[in-house]
Design a protein around this ligand. Structure first.
Ligand code: TXA
Ligand code: MG
Length: 385
């Protein structure tokens, strides 16, 4: 498997952080030498970004604290936000988790049968000592998922490590859906990037916990509530993950509302995420009123000399006349909008946009996760017209 082979617990090899290796891997034929070099770096305690079917992840051996710490350092991530552990084989669960009991065990197994590999992360009791405490942030649980991406599955299997992997962006930036996004954020801070082309879903996995016959959604994502209802008798939402949770009028109101909400069960949900550098607002209402409002706001901002942006569905993009109008995908096919969201947010930054207005969509199917991320990107600032 390469010369850097090391067992868990070995001394970590010296890693030259100024140099980030880049391997291009054909997603259809991931059996390539670059992948094995990447796997060897992971075995040696390094950090490697890789594509998944949701977004790019930044992986490290979940069992080794020094390796996991490199993830937190590179991302600038708050240490109380636990990481998802990625596996390539269900047999790895026995190493990582303690058994669930009764109905919960049966339901968790059904979820895995139906959605793995795929964009569903399941929070399970952690087996004491199985992963670094930095991965669980001191919780008694560990979040596990098996990604549905041939490159990710190959890399995990070749490394022989359960891989702790958050999204491969600097904390607070939009998640990366292309290897170039990872390079922009983390070049020089990580050991390598496996470029397997565009990620698929474009939004992160759905994070759930299982409680008897109930699935509780802690973070909406690639697997929809409708899909979960096909398996589970009951599907609930943690307060911060429910549809409409981001629907307040201004950022200040959202902040005071958030203070009243109980602590989210998924710690990452409390952080402002995915934010572009420009100030963003969501505009909700009937289409004619939305476009009239945005057009007036754009004119006023331009008169003040500000660089303006509009994030619109493809069907409506021609209605707007801002400095940067980005069509995020089709309202009739929200999967395409999910795929394009993070790239669009990064594009506003690249073009130096200072004020952004965004259209909204119904919070159904993947539209729920899409609005959850958009609302966070806007600091929950929503204008009703
Ligand atoms: O699609 C994804 O899930 C991507 C790709 C790379 O797999 N990963 C990702 O990781 O989004 P990250 O670190 O950006 O988000 C992990 C989320 C956070 O909201 C975190 O709080 C939550 O999962 N989480 C992790 N462990 C948890 C646990 N034990 N209990 C509750 N929530 C947990
Ligand atoms: Mg993330």
């Amino acid at each position: 498997m390469g010369q850097n082979k090391a067992e868990a617990g070995d001394t970590i090899v010296t890693i030259h952080l100024s140099k980030t290796k880049l391997w291009e891997v054909d997603s259809e034929h991931p059996q390539e030498s670059g992948l094995f070099e990447a796997a060897a770096l992971l075995q040696a305690g390094g950090t490697v970004a890789f594509p998944t079917e949701t977004v790019y992840g930044l992986g490290a051996d979940a069992r080794r604290t020094e390796a996991v710490e490199r993830i937190f350092e590179a991302k600038g991530r708050p240490s109380d936000n636990p990481l998802i552990v990625h596996i390539s084989d269900r047999a790895q669960l026995a190493e990582l988790t303690a058994p669930l009991e009764g109905a919960s065990a049966a339901l968790a197994a059904q979820l895995m049968d139906r959605f793995w590999p795929g964009p569903l992360t399941i929070v399970l009791p952690v087996k004491p000592g199985a992963v670094s405490p930095r991965v669980t942030a001191g919780l008694a649980t560990v979040a596990v998922r098996m990604p549905a991406h041939p490159v990710a599955l190959r890399l995990i299997a070749a490394s022989g490590c359960p891989l702790a992997a958050p999204s491969a962006n600097r904390s607070g930036r939009p998640s990366p859906t292309l290897a170039s996004h990872v390079r922009d954020d983390l070049s020089g801070l990580i050991d390598g990037i496996v470029d397997g082309g565009a990620a698929g879903v474009g939004l992160e996995s759905t994070v759930v916990e299982v409680d008897g016959d109930t699935v509780r959604i802690l973070r909406p994502g690639g697997v929809t509530a409708e899909g979960l209802r096909e398996i589970a008798a009951r599907v609930e939402y943690d307060a911060v993950a429910a549809p409409g949770a981001g629907g307040t009028a201004t950022a200040a109101e959202a902040e005071s509302a958030a203070a009243e909400v109980q602590t989210p069960r998924s710690p990452g949900m409390k952080y402002a995420h995915y934010a572009p550098q420009g100030e963003m607002r969501l505009v909700k209402g009937e289409l004619g009123a939305v476009s009239a409002y945005i057009a007036a706001e754009v004119r006023a901002a331009q008169a003040r000399g500000e660089r303006t942006g509009v994030l619109a569905f493809a069907e409506h993009a021609a209605r707007y006349d801002a400095d940067c109008v980005l069509a995020v995908g089709s309202l009739a096919q929200l999967e395409s909008a999910a795929q394009g969201l993070y790239h669009a947010l990064r594009e506003f930054d690249r073009r130096g946009v200072q004020r952004i207005w965004a259209e909204t969509c119904p919070e159904e199917g993947i539209g729920h996760a899409l609005m959850n991320r958009l609302s966070k990107a806007a600091g929950h600032a929503v204008v009703y017209v």
